[in-house]
Design a protein around this ligand. Structure first.
Ligand code: FE2
Ligand code: FE2
Length: 230
């Protein structure tokens, strides 16, 4: 499902690679400690960011009116979308306002970067709006810019389906009393429940979600049948 070729855009690729390096620097401390403390598993926000970027590229390629999209802003927003997690690991962002959530913090950090790089005000505002609103998954049905739809969809496509099952197993197995049955229950409570409703909006994302849902249901069904062999 991930094998379609994505056309590179060579003349600007280095610009985005440089942005990835900036975000990697921001998230370094969080990825070493923060992710593990919160979820009991080692979760790399940076790897998630790279996967979301690949999902976004795939959805962008399939988008019927892609020439109308602000591809540059979408790419920048995707790269920076979760950099705000760095505030959760202490010093990294340097004195964030108390209670600030990762999306708002990410928008603030990205604004600082883009201003320093001399981006026009209008584009900075747009990129920061995409980042600030990316964690409000309820707005997928609202009248929002198509760039935000693609970012929200790409973000939701990561860690779901079979990957969601692995996360469930990983989290449940961190409990020393975990059993095959408790893992099955964990998957039913989280990934299976999540997959049942397709929140995607564009045709390509709906199709990908549908395949993930089918595989998840098949896994749970077959795994449950195997456990009943006792
Ligand atoms: Fe996020
Ligand atoms: Fe994310």
């Amino acid at each position: 499902m991930n094998r379609e070729k994505i056309t590179p855009i060579p003349e600007t690729e280095e610009k985005y690679a440089a942005m990835f390096r900036v975000v990697e620097g921001m998230l370094e401390e969080y990825d070493r400690t923060g992710g593990k403390r919160r979820n009991r598993i080692r979760y790399s926000r940076m790897d998630h960011t790279r996967r979301v970027y690949s999902w976004m590229r795939k959805l962008y390629e399939a988008y019927p009116e892609k020439e109308k999209l602000d591809a540059d802003s979408l790419r920048i927003a995707t790269i920076f979308h979760d950099c705000g997690y760095s505030i959760l690991s202490g010093e990294a962002a340097g004195g964030n306002p108390p209670g600030e959530k990762h999306a708002a913090a990410g928008a603030r950090l990205c604004r600082e970067y883009l201003e320093k790089e001399g981006y026009p005000r209008e584009q900075i505002d747009f990129v920061c709006r995409l980042i600030a609103e990316h964690s409000n998954k309820n707005c997928l049905q609202d009248d929002i810019p198509a760039e935000l739809v693609l970012l929200l969809e790409a973000d939701l496509l990561d860690d779901t389906g079979l990957q969601g099952i692995v996360v469930d197993i990983w989290m449940e197995a961190a409990d020393e009393n975990a059993t095959f049955e408790s893992i099955l229950e964990h998957i039913r409570r989280y990934t299976l429940k999540l997959m049942r409703e397709n929140p995607m909006r564009t045709a390509k994302a709906r199709e990908i979600w549908e395949e993930k849902r089918r595989l998840t249901e098949q896994f749970v069904e077959k795994y449950a049948a195997d456990l009943r062999m006792l």
